[in-house]
Design a binder for this molecule. Structure first.
Ligand code: TYM
Length: 362
């Protein structure tokens, strides 16, 4: 029996990268899962706190993300759909895991390295100042160092490991930017199992399941991934974008001046990104799509990409517009999700505490 778990941060309306890279896969998994498989999908509010959040905006984003997941087809009767921050077992296990996590492993996490690099600290500080008007002087570049970052950002992957292990998840479908976090989760499960041996290993080592579609890149800088945090709103397509917004963003997408269309992610990242998007939205193979556009220009490609994206998004967008205002329904789904999640994590926590010497065996 598989226990499939994934999560997404409630940092605003998801973009096409989140949708094609992760969320659409959740829906596919839900359809293809065996009846005995357990599915858990969480909105990870505690992870969002590692960056400054405006409380009212966070509250709205948590609600919107729940509405999005329902709109794209996550069925709360089939899957356990819940807010991470409604289940305190995640933070409880996170603390326990942090006590067996070598600092060196966390320092090697790419997300930490990126965040703690000098220019990134500056951008986090700028972000802090602009969003929360925190009066903090970053001083000269040389004075900026990792001590200015919050410890939560460093601990981020441990909390993620707890999200997975607290349900003894066996499969974690995520984009490739999360692979390292899943590897850490396996390491921590293994360290725990070896340190606190019982009659059998407590945690299964979860498998990283890469989502079948490729990384979706920024429309403005196709050397980096499409991201929620980029200041340029033209760089991403949101699930709520209407046809005219989709058209203008795709039309303005950075490509190249090479004649004809070919799929060459290294040499032609912008053009290839559009082909990836087209293939994903039409559920077809990217090499075949590229072949069909071989002798076409970028204008035709962009027009067809915009149409395909609109076709792909219009159903979920309409559902979202409806569901996001049904507050009592959303609250009810969240409450039920939390109750079901806690029923599972409670069992794990009792086993964990027993092994640690924090509880008497039941
Ligand atoms: P988050 O919220 O950044 O992203 C959610 C999912 O979307 C994928 N993704 C992308 N895929 C393709 N192209 C892109 N441009 C793109 N941008 C994002 C991510 O890989 C991810 O699958 N740490 C996680 C959330 C998390 C989690 C967990 C995931 C917390 N606990 C436990 C799985 C299991 C994150 O920040 O995802």
């Amino acid at each position: 029996r598989r226990v499939i778990l994934s999560g997404i941060q409630p940092t605003g309306i998801p973009h096409l990268g989140n949708y094609l890279g992760a969320l659409s896969n959740w829906v596919k998994l839900q359809k293809s899962a065996e009846p005995e498989d357990k599915l858990l999908f969480s909105i990870v509010g505690w992870h969002a706190l590692t960056l400054p959040q405006e409380p009212a905006a966070l509250l709205a984003a948590r609600n919107d993300m729940l509405a999005v997941l329902l709109a794209i087809g996550i069925d709360p009767n089939r899957s356990i759909l819940f807010h991470q921050d409604h289940n305190p077992h995640h933070t409880e296990l996170s603390w326990i895991l942090s006590c067996i996590t070598p600092m060196g492993k966390l320092r090697r996490m790419t997300t930490w390295k990126v965040r703690s690099s000098k220019c990134s600290i500056n951008s986090v500080l700028m972000f802090l100042k602009s969003r929360l008007a925190v009066a903090r002087n970053s001083g000269s570049e040389d004075e900026v160092d990792e001590s200015m970052l919050n410890a939560g950002l460093f601990m981020y992957p441990v909390l993620q490991a707890a999200d997975v292990l607290v349900y003894k998840a066996t499969h974690v479908p995520v984009g490739d930017d999360q692979q390292q976090h899943i590897e850490l989760t396996r390491d921590l499960a293994d360290i725990f199992n070896r340190t606190f041996k019982g009659t059998s290993p407590l945690f299964p080592l979860p498998t990283y399941v890469n989502t079948p579609s490729k990384r979706i890149l920024s429309l403005k800088d196709p050397t980096s991934k499409m991201s929620k945090s980029s200041p340029d709103v033209q760089s991403r397509i949101l699930l709520t974008d209407i046809a005219s917004q989709i058209q203008s963003k795709i039309r303005a997408a950075v490509t190249d001046s090479i004649q004809g269309i070919t799929y060459d992610p290294q040499g032609r990242p912008g053009t290839s990104n559009l082909l990836t998007i087209l293939a994903a939205c039409t559920d077809s193979d990217v090499t075949q799509v590229a072949k069909a556009y071989e002798s076409q220009g970028h204008g035709t490609l962009k027009r067809d990409v915009a149409e395909a994206v609109e076709e792909f998004l219009k159903g979920p967008r309409a559902q979202f517009d409806r569901i996001r205002h049904e507050t009592s329904y959303l609250d009810e789904v969240a409450r039920r999700g939390a109750t079901r999640a806690i029923e599972h994590s409670e069992v794990t926590m009792m086993e964990v505490k027993t092994r640690l010497g924090l509880a008497s065996p039941v």
